[in-house]
Design a protein around this ligand. Structure first.
Ligand code: SAM
Length: 272
């Protein structure tokens, strides 16, 4: 159900752990905020906006640190996604030869591998990135896709994020995963002007796991920013929207290469 998914994604974006869904009830666990009352008010406004017309009833319960941390950790585990193993730092996964282990602890930024759109973008990145590529990560959140691109051998990754809080988390994650030297993290809203300045015709790969409403108006600029033969990965799109997104991509002179579907989410690898 789209409203469920949007609210669940919103809980994760706000810093919640893996979201449990039982019937109409979504449950998530949060690190203790400095100001609980304010956090509750602001979170409600953001979640209600994501739920559209569906009225939300939100209950907050603050638990002892000990209980909270057990519950929080219980929901997260190492996850295999294509050639990646995404793991919180307190787990010790046993990678297979050739695996890329991405270590991420849940913070306020979106992108722990707990959401299907992130997993779809990771699978498509594994197909799209070649050693030495110049990659742009649009809306880097936790930095997970930029880290993945660097691990696949990208020579340089430009990771742009509009949300200042997410940037700090991404910086920590780049260092934790040993890729800070090849990923340039910038605080920026990606728009046609940013794409022109970032490098017309210079990127081999652009990955953008953001809402379809953000992606659609950027397609022509993505085309210009890519080198000939460049690849574009789109994520954050509901399956219901895939037809109209493909029409828009085709009008912007992209050809479909691979589709990725998980649950009701759709992603695509397109070529210029
Ligand atoms: C769905 S999250 C994706 C995070 C991560 N890349 C992943 O795949 O898990 C989308 C992120 O894009 C950021 N964002 C949305 N529109 C943006 C834009 N036009 N420019 C830069 N960042 C943007 C949001 O703040 C959010 O952190």
């Amino acid at each position: 159900m789209p409203a469920h998914d949007d609210v669940a994604a919103g809980l994760v974006t706000l810093g919640g752990s893996a979201v449990q869904v039982v019937g109409e009830t979504l449950t998530s666990y949060f690190p203790p905020p400095d100001d609980a009352a304010r956090f509750g008010r602001e979170a409600f406004v953001r979640l209600q906006a994501l739920a559209g017309g569906t009225p939300l009833h939100v209950d907050w319960r603050w638990e002892q640190d000990q209980d909270w941390s057990i519950e929080w950790r219980r929901g997260l585990r190492p996850r295999r996604v294509g050639p990646f193993v995404v793991t919180p730092s307190w787990c010790k996964p046993e990678p297979l030869p050739g695996d890329h282990v991405i270590t991420l602890d849940p913070e306020m930024a979106f992108g722990t591998g707990e959401h299907a759109t992130t997993r779809g973008a990771l699978r498509l990145l594994a197909e799209a990135v070649a050693p030495g590529d110049h990659v742009l990560d649009v809306g880097s959140g936790s930095g997970i896709l930029a880290i993945a691109a660097a691990m696949l051998g990208a020579g340089h990754v430009l990771a742009a994020e509009a949300d200042g809080d997410a940037l700090e988390n991404a910086g920590d994650n780049l260092r934790r995963n040993g890729v800070a030297g090849r990923v340039e993290l910038v605080h920026a809203l990606v728009d046609p002007d940013f794409l022109r300045r970032a490098g017309d015709g210079t990127f081999q790969v652009i990955v953008a796991n953001v809402l379809s409403g953000v992606l659609r108006p950027l397609l022509t600029s993505f085309h210009s920013a890519l080198a000939p033969g460049g690849r574009l990965i789109l994520g954050g799109i509901l399956q219901d929207e895939s037809g109209s997104m493909l029409d828009a991509a085709s009008a912007a002179r992209f050809a479909l290469c691979t589709e990725d579907v998980e649950d009701e989410w759709w992603g695509a690898l397109l070529t210029r």
